[in-house]
Design a protein around this ligand. Structure first.
Ligand code: AHR
Length: 496
């Protein structure tokens, strides 16, 4: 039994690249993402680190060409007072992380630690400002502290704390989930608040360009997008956020590892809903901003399940199986195909939280299937989009159906074509004919990510159970490539 799909590649769009920022990540003060994740402390002598940040994690993320990293939240951002996280570490006040486990946050990891870590990673920082419980002055001071080269109270304080040059942070979130943990605001109320905060977040880079991002809709809350687009001038908003998680049911999320076929289908259906969300948001944005001045920023996405048994429910630590690889491959294809408006996205979250790319346990670190998808897809970063027309067979269960295959394609600066194909069907392989239309092709090679079982994952005992392998079964025929994608697999082809 197999499915049969076809895809046609158009000419590369000379004017449209897939922003590398679509491949962004997210690090919140949540569970073991920062503490005992990225950061193991400057005095740690058993785990190799640079200024307290794990070297293995840095190296792993650099191999993804990590373009940006969002911090410090999430819900945490609207409780965070950045001034408590700078200056001598022994003198920093502590706080309670009220959203995530009620643990004490001692502010050891603060602005300098994060921004210096971004420099190590070669990633652009995306700072999420506190709007929910902070003050306008507090946020404008933060911008001045990290970005101003001249003499000012904040830049002088930065110098006193050991950093002469400003970091020139471009990406700034104006609050997070303002409709929920960020203040339970209405769209109208947040719009006014946004305008005020954004106004006082001066561009201290002297014209370097501050890229202000509004806290976007909760999944299908289109009224939120509509209100913000209608009432916030383009001059104050460069990006409009959107959050959507692939979740079966918020009250019964199911195990990350032991899921039924029905649960698998429901997760995939929720992940595929991203396509509709992106399209409907773009339609609204096109209505108010036909010139495309405002970008769509999906600054939280990923699969969300029950935590691993025995772990703190507030820490959101979950394993990562081939199901997560399917979410990642499909979602990134959706973003690539909507590169006209989707300019940034942030997988939630980078380390030890939700759909992480990296998990750590003491000295050990493992790469998840999601990591491997991100690594395989990095060829699309800043490459020219190749528009596609896809006809896919369906993955059906209990009289419901979603497309089994998703595809996106791009051409890099050296003229190489890359096609990423995902078959989410858990049982049937899919024969896909890729019509290359006008593209010249003399050689095809590829890589595949799959496993024996859908529920397989990389564990600390078997860290390399799932890893990309060479894929040799693509056949180059007259103007087309034929690929047999096994069930629950991701393939990335390179055509020269
Ligand atoms: O990523 C975990 C949480 O999910 C974030 O803190 C919040 O913004 C969202 O609800």
């Amino acid at each position: 039994l197999f499915g049969q799909s076809s895809v046609r590649l158009e000419r590369p769009d000379e004017k449209l690249t897939i922003s590398r920022h679509i491949y962004g990540h997210f690090a919140e003060h949540l569970g073991r993402c920062i503490y005992d994740g990225f950061y193991v402390g400057e005095k740690n002598d058993s785990i190799p680190h640079k200024n307290g940040v794990r070297t293995d994690v840095i190296e792993a993320l650099k191999k993804l060409n990590i373009p940006n990293l969002r911090w410090p939240g999430g819900c945490f951002a609207d409780t965070y007072h950045w001034k408590d996280g700078v200056g001598p570490k022994t003198q920093r006040p502590s706080m309670v992380n009220s959203w995530w486990g009620g643990v004490t946050e001692d502010n050891t990891f603060g602005t300098h630690d994060f921004l210096n870590m971004c420099e190590l990673l070669g990633a652009e920082p995306y700072l999420a400002g506190n709007v929910g419980s902070g003050e306008v002055q507090e946020l404008t001071d933060w911008v001045q502290y990290v970005n101003f080269a001249g003499k000012s109270p904040m830049s002088d304080w930065r110098r006193k704390n050991g950093r002469d040059e400003p970091w020139k942070v471009k990406f700034w979130g104006v609050g997070n989930e303002a409709w929920g943990c960020g203040g339970n605001m209405t769209a109208d109320y947040y719009t006014d608040i946004y305008r005020k905060y954004a106004t006082f977040m001066s561009d201290w880079t002297n014209g370097g360009g501050l890229y202000r991002i509004a806290s976007g809709a909760n999944s299908a809350d289109y009224n939120w997008t509509e209100t913000l687009m209608k009432k916030i001038p383009n001059s104050l908003m460069k990006g409009m956020g959107l959050h959507h998680y692939a979740v079966i049911n918020w009250n019964k999320k199911g195990s990350a590892v032991n899921y039924s076929e029905e649960e698998y289908f429901k997760t995939m259906k929720s992940a595929w809903f991203m396509n509709e969300l992106v399209e409907k948001n773009i339609t609204i944005m096109d209505k108010y901003d036909p010139k495309g001045n405002v970008d769509l920023i999906v600054d939280e996405w990923g699969g969300w399940y029950e935590v691993e048994p025995g772990t703190n429910p507030g820490f959101l630590y979950q394993q990562n199986t081939m199901r997560d690889a399917m979410i990642a491959g499909m979602t990134l294809n959706i973003f690539n195909n909507h590169a006209r408006r989707v300019k940034m996205a942030n997988l939630a979250q980078a380390v030890n939280v939700l759909q992480a790319v990296v998990l750590t346990e003491g000295k050990k670190m493992i790469l998840t299937p999601t990591y491997h998808v991100m690594e395989m897809y990095k060829v699309h970063q800043d490459a020219k989009l190749i528009p596609i027309t896809l006809q896919s067979t369906d993955f059906e269960l209990n009289n419901e159906k979603i497309p089994a295959v998703s595809v996106s394609a791009s051409q890099d600066a050296d003229g190489r074509t890359h096609i990423s194909l995902v078959n989410i069907d858990p049982k049937k392989k899919n024969k896909v004919r890729v019509d290359l239309a006008s593209l010249k092709a003399s050689k095809v090679s590829g890589r595949i990510l799959t496993s024996d079982n859908l529920r397989d994952y990389n564990s600390f005992k078997m860290p390399a159970k799932i890893a990309p392998a060479v894929y040799k079964d693509a056949k180059l025929l007259n103007g087309a490539v034929e690929v047999d994608i096994p069930a629950f697999s991701v393939i990335v082809l390179e055509i020269i």
